[in-house]
Design a binder for this molecule. Structure first.
Ligand code: SF4
Length: 252
């Protein structure tokens, strides 16, 4: 009886988890009876019902960043100063340097600050940011345990995409942040970030779902949270990418 109650609670927790990510149905795929038998055999060895990834936070996160990394990031911020190196400086209110744990094992790199980010001088704080924060938490991390940055640090006018000259000029800064933080896995958010870091023009719909390498670090491209706000049905795909990232972090 106790076991039945536990299973019911596990199912309830999983349903609640998917609901909190904004899903209104479960990602159930039809399996053949043969697949089912194989899966059952594998699972019998190690299956433990649990809410997704509850142990990652404590076992894989470097909670206290080294002072060296913190100092290196502070020095880089100082070097950027009141940057006027590209034309995005003209319309911005604030430079959005990036934030999070300098010793993070997981780093998210988006495209550019939006309106709210420009006002607050913080990355991913608007509606898309709230969705990203929910994803991070469902992956087993607190937002402050990961590091979040963008390819360019100033808001493009009318939220247009950053142009090639702007990306080229600003890119060394996020590259240095990656070098300093040296995460175990990078997740790039959206087309611009993935194409810039991988060095390709392949569409994001074809890039996502598999790992690439950026300076020796595994990089998982996935959709930008702003895209997900417009296309909520694709949240499943991002969750699949996130699960691959969680698996990779367990292996590290
Ligand atoms: S986007 Fe980057 S390079 Fe351009 S002004 Fe801002 S900080 Fe400088």
């Amino acid at each position: 009886m106790g076991r039945t109650v536990n299973i019911a609670e596990d199912i309830k927790a999983v349903l609640h988890f998917y609901q909190s990510l904004g899903f209104d149905r479960l990602p159930i795929k039809t399996v053949t009876s043969k697949e089912l038998r194989v899966t059952s055999k594998k699972k019998n060895k190690s299956f433990e019902p649990r809410t997704p990834n509850s142990e990652l936070s404590s076992s894989r996160v470097t909670r206290h960043a080294s002072r060296d990394k913190e100092a290196a990031l502070a020095a880089l911020r100082e070097e950027i100063g009141d940057c006027q190196r590209c034309k995005l400086s003209k319309g911005r209110k604030n430079i959005v340097f990036g934030e999070g744990n300098p010793g993070a094992v997981l780093m998210f790199i988006g495209e550019a600050p939006g309106r709210e980010e420009d006002i607050q001088a913080r990355p991913f704080v608007g509606d898309a940011g709230k969705l990203l924060t929910r994803l991070i938490e469902k992956m087993g991390f607190k937002r402050e345990e990961v590091y979040i940055g963008n390819i360019v640090k100033c808001r493009p006018p009318q939220n247009r995409e950053p142009e090639e000259d702007e990306i080229r000029t600003c890119l060394p800064f996020i590259q240095r942040q990656v070098e300093i933080i040296s995460p175990k896995v990078i997740v790039s958010l959206g087309r611009i970030s993935a194409q810039t870091l991988i060095g390709t023009k392949t569409p994001i719909s074809r890039l996502r779902g598999g790992f690439y390498e950026y300076k020796g670090i595994p990089l998982m491209p996935t959709f930008h949270p702003a895209y997900l706000l417009r296309n909520p049905k694709d949240k499943w795909l991002v969750w699949e990418d996130a699960q691959r990232v969680m698996e990779r972090l367990k292996d590290k």
